[in-house]
Design a protein. Structure first.
Length: 174
């Protein structure tokens, strides 16, 4: 239970953003991807879970106060999370955040080590994976996640998850 403090011993809505050292980000993202794939070994599931908890507990990865993020980044993250399926451009996000595209890009890169457009893509991909796991067709997942082009969605999904959306859906059912 002490490992769960990082999730429950904090004020609701605060400390939701993680910063990960650039040197750790690739390994951390790879670990997170293991949770989206089927795993038959119970011991490996537990091992991956405790590795994740260790990452989350690590002081270099720890939760940071949202005050450390510029207001435009916090606004943009919330805006993207709520509207990812309808957002057309980064210009739309920056306009809603009342900053220039260059400022938003710079603030995202400095604080999150990712561009707003990459963050938007990741949100769309995560939603598509969730929809596929709940039985949606590939077309439905693509459209409901805001991908303007079906073939681009398939290529992007395969690049990100290492498997086509259709195979992903079939693996989830097993």
């Amino acid at each position: 239970e002490k490992f769960l403090d990082i999730f429950f011993k904090r004020k609701a809505g605060e400390g939701n953003l993680l910063t990960i050292a650039p040197s750790d980000s690739k390994a951390f993202l790879s670990l997170c991807n293991t949770f989206t794939l089927p795993e038959k070994s119970e011991s490996r599931k537990y091992k991956n879970f405790f590795i994740l908890i260790d990452y989350l507990s690590n002081a270099t990865l720890g939760y940071i106060n949202s005050d450390a993020y510029p207001d435009d980044v916090i606004f943009a993250i919330n805006y993207i999370n709520k509207n990812f399926s309808t957002i057309k451009t980064v210009e739309e996000i920056s306009r809603e955040a009342n900053v220039s595209v260059n400022t938003l890009e710079r603030h995202f890169k400095t604080t999150l080590n990712i561009s707003p457009s990459d963050y938007l893509k990741k949100q769309r991909l995560a939603n598509a994976a969730k929809l596929l796991s709940k039985g949606a067709t590939v077309t439905e997942a693509s459209e409901k996640s805001g991908f303007p082009d079906y073939s681009w969605f398939i290529a992007l999904f395969k690049k990100h998850y290492g498997i086509t959306p259709n195979k992903y859906k079939k693996n989830i059912k097993k």
